[in-house]
Design a protein around this ligand. Sequence first.
Ligand code: TRP
Ligand code: ZN
Ligand code: CA
Length: 441
Amino acid sequence: MNLSVPRRAGAVAAFTALAVTALAGTTASAAPPAAPAAPSAALAAPDIPLANVKQHLADLQSIATANGGNRAHGRTGYKASIDFVKAKLDAAGYTTTVQQFTYNGTTGYNLIADWPGGDPNQVLMAGAHLDSVSSGAGINDNGSGSAGILETALAVARANLQPSKHLRFGWWGAEELGLVGSKYYVNNLPSSERSKISGYLNFDMIGSPNPGYFVYDDDPAIEQTFKGYFAGLGVPTEIETEGDGRSDHASFKNVGIPVGGLFTGASRVKTSAQVQKWGGTTTAFDRCYHSSCDTTSNINDTALDRNSDAIAHAIWTLGTATTPPPGPVFENTADVAIPDNGAAVTSTVNVTGVTGNAPSTLKVGVDIIHTWRGDLVVDLVAPDGTVYNLKPFSSSDSADNVQTTYTVNASSELANGAWKLRVQDKAAQDTGYINGFKLTF
Ligand code: TRP
Ligand code: ZN
Ligand code: CA
């Protein structure tokens, strides 16, 4: 027994204060029940102009050509690539941040671009590595993903999109040396910031010259968003299997962030079955992978176009979807005194105008003021008398009050009728009253 707990201290004074507030009325006040549900669908994405994406690739090629033929970590072509992308985003109204890190004795850079607005607690991120290997310009690997997310970010600005989620884009340094930049970004995010990222979408090699259409098999909602897009085009996809963890999504996945992405294949050879579904030849998806011929000629325009549009589709779909608004609310705010160690009392709301059954996620708002809530058994009683226990008796639960929202599967109940919150106090001394009872359909 818990006799050592100072359980009854202050109870008499509390009772006096509470008793005067207890009233007997049970007038239901219902919000207008017939408000039509607002659409929960996301906005439709614009077409991403292939010519714009290709122009970004031409510009990255020029940057490589002017800087010794590559855009690798620690080389001048890398920083020039960062400056190029940053200038476009700044001009479009993004808030950009260049994050520096050191690797192999040289400075590396990540570029982060935030689109102002959206829910700061729900961040949707898209990212691509901007570095090449030192042997070439890295136009498919990974100018393609970098240009695809850049043009999508610019399309967000052109549309002046007001997404429900906060949108953030990232260009990572030193991926080719072991996901260095993205790891640095993730490791330096406070855990409170990590937990706000609801999804990370990765794009590394999305214009392979002999392309496959691969979707990462990770977060189901992200995966479905991409698969749905390609299904709409009539283009078959496969799950990405050419090395899970071989790109920057791994840095995010490792800390529990839901990830997804697209890929058109690297050095692996396309099978004849894949040639049947996608065309091309039974050679490497990208015969110039990590070599000097990864130039603007090393791009399949159709793949680049489809994947860029798929990026935009995912950003719009995942970034602008709104959760359906709650249905009608019925509330009783009249106070009902709960007799100490006595009979059950109820507060009633009369539900009208709701068609069909109650939802499987009926929200039951309970507001009970009490000096020892463990005394209380709290039930929801449906119009037909079915009892749903919300809170059992507990002699050890010494906290004050029951102020919470329970979710009840009430889908076998007709919605309309008199619903009751039933409360019984089953132990002597501490007391209280029902302050409010609310049902949200
Ligand atoms: N840059 C990646 C790498 O060199 C390319 C790659 C290979 C890739 N397999 C992948 C990218 C799978 C995404 C998914 O490792
Ligand atoms: Zn890559
Ligand atoms: Ca009591």
